[in-house]
Design a binder for this molecule. Structure first.
Ligand code: FAD
Length: 462
């Protein structure tokens, strides 16, 4: 009997345990469902939709080349899959595990909707170790990253990646598919996304990116914090959409020596974030530390606050490093990690705007927008997370900019400042430099710092 493979954020053929199991069991029907309808299903953001369009195109092409097809459906995943089972006589559905709360709800709904005898088989492979499987000595979930890394690392390397199935049987009759273009995933007025052309979504693009990065992996630690240098792998959207498995990345880079361990440790942050949402499904909109519920965030409905939020979103705060990052995000769907921390800290502490507002903006604009990683990092910066930076450690964007030598990065993304020499470039307002077309700092660092500290001092237990 036919086997349905339900693709989600695992758009690859190699090291795809669901596909491998289905191919071994019978004719394969590959399916992707765009679910914008199920209540509490977090709708994908605009940048992610752009990526999804191209990644599905690439996956469909790969399947075509093997004589197979990608069947597209939209609406509730559970209802669509139950319908497909009825249409095709499939005896099983294979999928990889995902941990976003809405996917777990969809799996529960699907199990209820399936006729007796038809099984949903969930396989592992999107994380280095199955989330929930690494526990502390006393059997509880880890809250803190470093001991989590140590415990996980004892089980590394992960099992060797599977290769793509060599042969796939096709069903006698294909079920109908919707047309990808009808989903209108691409932006209709792309004033943003002008730099998205540098990305190559899809499995081949992911592997090419990994190959590009390989020679730099042993120097990762010295280069990754410098926004002016391309020192990180830029694999994040590929990993998010599962175009390459983390086991594949690990096996490719392990043993490269030098600073590669720092890289593998970063990769483990991805696993760590999934473990957090598995034990705290609403981590994306609820403070890890409840005393933060009382923090007097400024009200974004107020015109002055709304205008400052807009300045942050558009990269017009007058803080060059923040503005460069926010414009890189708007144009390319990605931002350098060090700058993400600086820009997030600026919103939370300098503007005293709730981290959830920033989380939502990143959710819409990042091509790597990931429920768990986004929440874990925003909460880390805010200080509200279960493992977090302290709120009172307020990043100084201007000195961060000098320390990490962001000059070339600023010149690239904030062309108004191109002619300014260092050190003015990092802080034109502080140096009394007025630059045509570039705003003065919307708030002074000292003033902002004092306001944030006062707000924090007011919350109990802080
Ligand atoms: P590399 O430095 O090459 O790292 C390799 C891989 O490890 C990344 O591709 C990513 O999958 C993983 N990784 C690295 N750092 C982290 C981290 N801190 N947390 C989780 N995984 C990590 N990353 C996302 O994938 N999605 C998000 O939505 C996201 N939101 C963020 C929000 C904020 C406020 C901050 C400060 C960071 C966020 N990150 C997020 C983490 C990090 O910035 C990106 O993963 C990284 O910049 C991606 O670039 P890269 O692939 O070159 O990373």
């Amino acid at each position: 009997a036919p086997q349905i493979v339900w693709f989600r954020r695992d758009l690859r053929l190699a090291d795809q345990a669901a596909l491998a199991a289905a191919a071994a069991a019978g004719p394969v029907i590959p399916v992707y469902i765009l679910d914008d309808e199920t209540p509490r299903h977090r709708r994908m953001g605009a940048a992610s939709r752009w990526w999804l369009h191209h990644s599905l195109t690439a996956l469909a092409r790969q399947l075509d080349e093997r004589g197979s097809r990608l069947i597209l459906r939209s609406g509730s995943a559970a209802e669509n899959l139950a319908k497909l089972v009825a249409e095709t006589g499939a005896s099983s559905i294979h999928a990889l595990h995902h941990y976003e709360p809405w996917w777990r709800n969809a799996e529960t709904a699907l199990r209820k909707a399936l006729p007796p005898g038809v099984q949903l088989h969930l396989h592992h492979g999107n994380y280095l170790l199955p989330p929930g499987s690494v526990k502390t000595g006393s059997g509880t979930d880890f809250k803190i990253y470093t001991p989590f890394w140590r415990a996980l690392n004892q089980h590394m390397p992960p099992s060797a990646p599977l290769s793509a199935p060599r042969a796939m049987t096709v069903p006698l009759r294909w079920p109908a598919s919707e047309a990808l273009d009808a989903w209108r995933l691409l932006p209709r007025h792309p004033d943003w996304a002008t730099g998205f052309g540098d990305w190559t979504p899809g499995e081949a693009g992911a592997l090419a990116q990994l190959e590009w990065f390989e020679p730099f992996a042993s120097r990762y630690d010295s280069r990754r914090n410098l926004p002016s240098v391309e020192g990180s792998s830029r694999l994040s959207p590929h990993l998010h959409f599962g175009e390459v498995s983390p086991a594949t990345v690990w096996h490719r880079l392990m043993g490269k020596g030098g600073e590669v361990e720092t890289y593998l440790k970063e990769l483990v942050w991805r696993d760590y974030a999934q473990n957090l949402i598995l034990s705290m499904p609403d981590y994306g909109n609820r403070n890890g530390k409840s005393q933060f519920d009382a923090l007097p965030w400024r009200d974004i409905e107020q015109p002055t606050v709304a205008a400052e939020l807009l300045a942050w979103q558009q990269g017009r705060t007058g803080y060059p490093i923040v503005d460069a990052g926010m414009r890189q995000l708007w144009t390319t769907g990605w931002m350098h990690n060090r700058v993400r921390m600086i820009a997030a800290s600026f919103l939370i502490k300098h503007l005293l705007i709730d981290w959830r507002v920033g989380e939502q903006w990143f959710w819409d604009t990042l091509v790597d927008a990931d429920y768990a990683s986004n929440a874990a990092n925003w909460q880390w910066v805010a200080g509200s997370g279960v493992d977090a930076n302290m709120f009172v450690r307020i990043m100084a964007p201007l000195s961060q900019s000098e320390k990490f030598d962001a000059g070339a990065y600023i010149r690239r993304w904030v062309p108004e400042l191109r002619e300014l020499p260092e050190p003015w470039l990092h802080d034109p307002t502080g140096h009394g430099q007025w630059v045509r077309g570039y705003p003065k700092a919307i708030i002074g660092h000292r003033e902002a710092r004092e306001r944030a500290l006062a707000a924090f001092a007011g919350i109990k237990g802080g």
